[in-house]
Design a protein around this ligand. Sequence first.
Ligand code: ATP
Length: 266
Amino acid sequence: SESGRAANHQRTGVSYEDIGGLDEELELVREMIELPLSEPELFTRLGVEPPKGVLLHGPPGTGKTLIAKAVANEVDAHFISVSGPEIVSKYKGDSEERLRETFAEARNEAPTVVFFDEIDSIGGKRDEGGDMEDRIVGQLLSLMDGLEGRGEVVVIGATNRVDDLDPALRRGGRFDREIEIGVPGEAGRREILDVHTRNMPLADDVDLDRVADRTYGFVGADLESLAKEAAMTALRRLRRGSGPEKPRSVGVGDGDRGEDEDEGDG
Ligand code: ATP
């Protein structure tokens, strides 16, 4: 939509501080994205092609969009977000044109990060899609190939289903790196809780370590809702006029999550 496009012209306002956990993953993304955007001539001088993009894969709500927005914002790049399903269905018949427009805008406004959310819905395995899907993937591939040499436009793709992606999109020269953005471990959850309670007054008895311990399986989006729900509960209590008493705690049920947690990462 027009208003959607207008919004895309603004800076995202997301910073690295807003990302909890994912230090190593973010480092990998930054290596591939920041330099080509800020100093593309370095690559030219060394006679190597600057990276064109990275593919982020992992479960929903783990911070893939957040990373893309943060990188764009931190290097002061233009950010364009493209929804895979929207390109395929909403612009039916017009999808390739939309893709060309997107890349043209990216070039005009460079440096630009083009973010393709749910890219598997465009670049699904081609033999499974119809003619239309074939043409859309073909167009995307040729646009990405066309980025050659210039730098200043990078593509970040995101998918929950990396195995469904068209192998052509995964070959070298398209996405230079595939980075898994996984479900956070306890330390990651603790950092994410920090991010989402940063501006909240917490009661003395709120123990975020304990919350992190008891939220096995929660991803960033879940922890964000948890913090918001806790704030809403506190707000309700305040409005009911239960006096000067401060909100008591961020509640996590006494479920059996957490106890037998097997931490995947540090
Ligand atoms: P999807 O596949 O559904 O698009 P995603 O991985 O792109 O998921 P995000 O959109 O980045 O997920 O995350 C949704 C929201 O959850 C974010 O806006 C943020 O508030 C919160 N969130 C997710 N991951 C993190 C994280 N690592 N640190 C802080 N907040 C997070």
